[in-house]
Design a protein around this ligand. Sequence first.
Ligand code: PHE
Length: 457
Amino acid sequence: MEQREKFSSRLGFILLSAGCAIGLGNVWRFPYVVGKYGGAAFVLIYLLFLGILGLPIMAMELSVGRASQKSVITSFHVLEPKGTKWHIFGYIATLGNYLLMMFYTTISGWMLYYFVKMVKGDFVGKTTEEVGEMFGTLVQQPEVMVFWMIVVVAIGFLICSFGLQNGVEKITKVMMLSLLFILFVLVARAITLPNSAEGLHFYLKPDFHKMTEIGINEVVFAAMGQAFFTLSIGMGAIAIFGSYIDKDHRLIGEAMSITLLDTFVAVMAGLIIFPSTSAFGIPADSGPALIFITLPNVFNAMAGGRLWGSLFFLFMSFAAFSTVLAVFENIIASNLELFGTTRKKAAFINALVIMVLSVPCILGFNVWGHIMPLGEGSSILDLEDFLVSNNILPLGSLIYLAFCTSRYGWGWNHFLEEVNTGKGIQFPRWSRVYVSYILPVIVLYIFVQGYIAKFFA
Ligand code: PHE
């Protein structure tokens, strides 16, 4: 077995964990669910969940990772009391990581494809309909999507195979910093577009009436799913980074930095997309296709749009890649712990496995288009996303919560000692009742209500 690596710096750790959190969830998923669930009121609930649920759970994941020095697949083995069965969740969480990659790689591939098309100038002079049709044509061509998905998986595992410091950390640091820069430029452009006010209004001024129309329980369920998705919590993707740091800093502070960076990027992505939708008369509730069928139009109508567009899709690809790298890293680490193979071998085999597993999502848009697992108009992508975002992540978060607070698990005292080792803000002792009883009830309640609203109402 290879020796466990460490990050070379604290900045590396923060940027990498933030890179894992920041991804398609912020730039693709966040705008489209905000559009679908009615705008600012949804955003408000989502922000609330980030603070009251996301933050403490992220600190717990980091603690389990740091204390066990393992990835999710074996971390519970190390920390659980003898004879208990918490470790079973490690296998489910690992499967969750694969499940996420089964659709994430496809959408990341779309980003790369759109980046290349932007650079080539393929959108120049196209009408709104023609741009929409181009997305329609793309999803009708499984071979094109398979090609770009393979590019994403191959690059991802290649970088991971170089190891933590040489591969993942170096690349992600550069990608994250350029991403933050590009964001500022694009927001400045978007909010100064004519007619941007209406979109900003939709995005920033809550309309609770609209929320009741859609159904409060469904909206709240979706906001919780989005909060867990965007922070990457509930299946060990953040825990793995905890396992690569030393004990210099208390973990709630680190969780705050990651959450703030992630929230910042999501809020900025909204500030780019919603002003643009109203400026060019594009419906905000266009679904998963939102950024692909709207933004090229937006860039078309802008001076220097080809450059702005290329930068935008480059930034989207960066964001997606930093997440793909993090999850691949988690997958490779779990394979190393389980089978004791070499990093290179694990990377190679998993690349092949994920390429094959990603095919159903792609076929779901064309050859298997008749399969609508979640009702009329839904696709295999929707099912895979629903299983991860609305099931594995909230239930996994519950398990982390229970594990860190219950004496039948790792327990409150062990957790508190780990999370509070180092310098920085304390995880407060008084929060015990809140995290042990109130938080789990909130998550469970929303989960059950959401299911009822989604399937039985
Ligand atoms: N947070 C990532 C994003 O926003 C997605 C993710 C979810 C990654 C769960 C890992 C685990 O794109």
